[in-house]
Design a protein around this ligand. Structure first.
Ligand code: MN
Length: 383
């Protein structure tokens, strides 16, 4: 596992934009594609050409930017969809079709043999035009494992380059994912697996990593986890998880993660939540006395990794849970050498202030408070 190179496909522009109510302008799509390329993701799923209009035009523009990343277009497993994608000059296509009986019967109102036949014909048509083909097994997590293996074998034999294992409704746990993917990798050799996980139960990242541990070669992500319902596996979580939990390599320069999340959050009208793992503004902020004391002595005591590694900055917040060490540190950073005898009183008033206002103190507020206490003591000494 350690040292293995895992490939990252970012689908912020396709599955991310499918989040209800989210729209990127063509210019925003292009900006995001350029930022993802600069960051070093391997593939960018740019959109759905069969939608036509500005969506198709945006995919075409991104495909012609000459990015280092491979540009991918999403399709149903239908010849007409593929034709529209080929007109955009993309290097790769995703061909999606349902594989669970729930979706085959209730959504497509068809049968397993029709699914196999339709998929195989779409793969052959796309491969005939020389593009890279990833076959997307929609709702794979709820499919009959034997049928999923037959589907994968059929895809491989038709010429597919990769199989996308989709936990479409986010209903799997990591142990089940590991079992299913290991089985697929074992039963259908020669067809790399790509993980596509959703966060309905908060397990998208865990499931993506479980897939990699079982042998998956590639992970689908979106910036900030933007996507349908509770979203997809988040780029920043997956990349840092691959690095720190599995020791895997990606091509991603993690220093750009925070700024990218900020840009995508603004463009999507979904600002980054404070406690969003890796890139939220609260993630490297410390207030409680014990934690601040530890972080001041050595940041690794209470931080999983250096915030600079993901483009973040550590913040020490003075507030209700502060201890003397944090107050002294804050005053010293302002060039003040605090009188230790005053600190118990400064601490008491800091807590009172934070309780009254229900917030932390700005540095200048603490400095004013310290100077006030010092002046009072000086007056008391004179009288
Ligand atoms: Mn999806």
């Amino acid at each position: 596992m350690a040292g293995r190179r895992v490939f990252i496909l970012d689908t912020t522009l396709r599955d991310g934009e499918q989040a209800a109510g989210v729209v990127f302008t063509p210019q925003e799509k292009q900006n995001i594609a350029c930022l993802l390329d600069a960051l070093g993701v391997d593939e960018i799923e740019a959109g759905i050409p069969i939608m036509g209009g500005p969506e198709k035009e945006a995919v075409r523009r991104i495909a012609r930017l000459g990015l280092r990343a491979r540009v991918v277009a999403w399709n149903r497993a239908l010849a007409e969809d593929v034709r529209q994608s080929l007109e955009c000059d993309v290097e790769a296509v995703v061909l999606s079709i349902s594989v669970s009986d729930i979706q085959i019967r209730k959504k497509l109102r068809t049968t397993r043999p029709w699914v196999l036949d339709t998929m195989a014909r779409a793969v052959e048509m796309a491969k005939g035009h020389g593009v890279y083909v990833s076959v997307s097994a929609e709702d794979a997590s709820r499919a009959d494992p034997a049928f999923l293996a037959e589907f994968a074998r059929t895809a491989r034999d038709a010429g597919a380059d990769r199989l996308r294992f989709c936990d479409t409704v986010g209903l799997m746990h990591p142990f089940a994912v590991h079992e299913a993917v290991a089985r697929l990798v074992g039963e259908v050799p020669g067809l790399p697996v790509e993980m596509h996980t959703h966060n309905d139960l908060g397990l998208a990242t865990a499931n993506a990593l479980a897939g990699v541990m079982a042998g998956a070669a590639c992970v689908d992500v979106t910036v900030g986890g933007l996507g349908e319902r509770a979203g997809n596996a988040a780029l920043e979580e997956v990349v840092m998880g691959l690095k720190y939990l599995l020791g895997c390599e990606t091509g991603v320069d993690t220093r750009g993660l925070a700024r990218l999340a900020e840009y995508v959050g603004a463009a999507a009208g979904r600002p980054v939540p404070a406690a969003k793992p890796v890139v939220g503004r609260a993630v490297f902020a410390h207030e409680s006395g014990i934690h601040v004391d530890g972080v001041l002595k050595d940041p690794s005591t209470y931080e999983p990794f250096d915030p600079a590694e993901v483009g973040m900055v550590r913040r020490l917040v003075v507030g209700k849970h502060s201890g003397v060490a944090a107050l002294v540190n804050c005053l010293e950073r302002a060039g003040i050498e605090p009188d230790e005898d005053l600190m118990p009183e400064v601490l008491a008033r800091t807590r009172q202030w934070a309780n009254d206002l229900k917030r932390g103190l700005e540095d200048w507020e603490l400095i004013r408070l310290y100077e006030q206490v010092r002046a009072e003591r000086a007056r008391a000494a004179v009288s």
